[in-house]
Design a protein around this ligand. Structure first.
Ligand SMILES: [Zn+2]
Length: 300
């Protein structure tokens, strides 16, 4: 059974014309239901994450300031989101969704969050579109509760997982792998355990052959017993923020390769959506839905 975290607050009503396409959060579950890939029983509604789980990945001072809506003007500007109780609650629910997914992944092999992958959030500050780093909180949760010994974070969003790299800089139990556009945001990158910066206009062939070389080697060396996958679809040529040139089929092949690799080895994977900013909303939804279709096919 593919369990999927979803809450109506994922589509927070930001101002119309905001460059972050919030509609996708509503449309992805609808599309999956409409086409029959998923049913009501696949979805679950997370509650809000607990303070004590958040401060395993974030500093206590930052979490307190965030929960009390006391971030500085500069921090709020940097986040790209207006700071409100609603948006903080949304972040808390997404983060709990990723934690809950961990249990479902342990049971079924793969679980998905229709949001999250907020990999820019640092231990002590927000970064574009990210107040809390859900996968980092998920990884520390697993380690603290002895549900995993070695966690691998596979971040294939076009933007580097800078916050994730910073949070786990001195944590040998978490290996951070980010493959991203070399010339994309963040322009000053953090150091992950493994970074692969791709040149502009990188095509499917180049993208997939690099990934297929690196991932099996990484698995062998690191021997993770749990994986978080950030499956951003901003690697598409149609993406307004990305600078790569992958096709929607190439993006689908990427997800197939990643999910299949871990599933076949019985390594649980939690997959979170990450970015996607193609001009046409239907392209974004279709690319994300492909990730769910592949996961659903594997677990059934
Ligand atoms: Zn991105």
């Amino acid at each position: 059974m593919l369990k999927i975290a979803y809450h109506p607050c994922y589509e927070h009503p930001l101002k119309k014309g905001h460059r972050f396409p919030m509609e996708k959060y509503d449309l992805i579950p609808k599309q999956l239901m409409y086409e029959g890939t998923c049913d009501f029983e696949n979805f679950f509604k997370p509650l809000k994450a607990n303070f004590c789980d958040l401060i395993e990945a974030h500093t206590e001072a930052y979490v307190n300031r965030l929960l009390n809506l006391q971030l500085t003007k500069e921090e709020i500007r940097q986040s790209g989101f207006p700071l409100s109780k609603q948006i903080v609650d949304r972040e808390l629910i997404i983060t709990q969704g990723t934690i809950d997914c961990s249990y479902y992944a342990l049971e079924y092999g793969i679980a998905m969050n229709v949001a999250g992958g907020t990999h820019h959030a640092y231990s002590n500050r927000p970064d574009p579109f990210c107040y809390l780093n859900d996968q980092a909180v998920g990884a520390t949760y697993l380690l603290k509760n002895r549900l995993a010994k070695k966690v691998l974070i596979v971040d294939l969003d076009v933007h580097q997982g800078n916050g994730t790299a910073e949070i786990f800089r001195n944590t040998p139990e978490v290996f951070t792998f980010s493959m991203h556009g070399k010339h994309n945001y963040p322009f000053e990158k953090e150091i992950s355990d493994l970074d692969i910066g791709l040149e502009n206009n990188c095509t499917d062939d180049e993208y997939l052959s690099t990934l297929k070389q690196v991932l099996p080697k990484l698995l062998k060396e690191q021997q993770p017993d749990f994986v978080f996958y950030q499956s951003g679809v901003d690697i598409l040529a149609s993406d307004k923020l990305g600078k790569l040139a992958c096709s929607i089929e190439g993006c689908k092949d990427r997800d197939q390769f990643v999910l299949e690799t871990f599933f076949e080895l019985n390594i649980p994977v939690v997959c979170c959506m990450g970015g996607g900013y193609s001009k046409e909303l239907r392209t974004i939804v279709e690319a994300h839905c492909n990730t769910f279709r592949i996961a659903n096919e594997l677990v059934n």
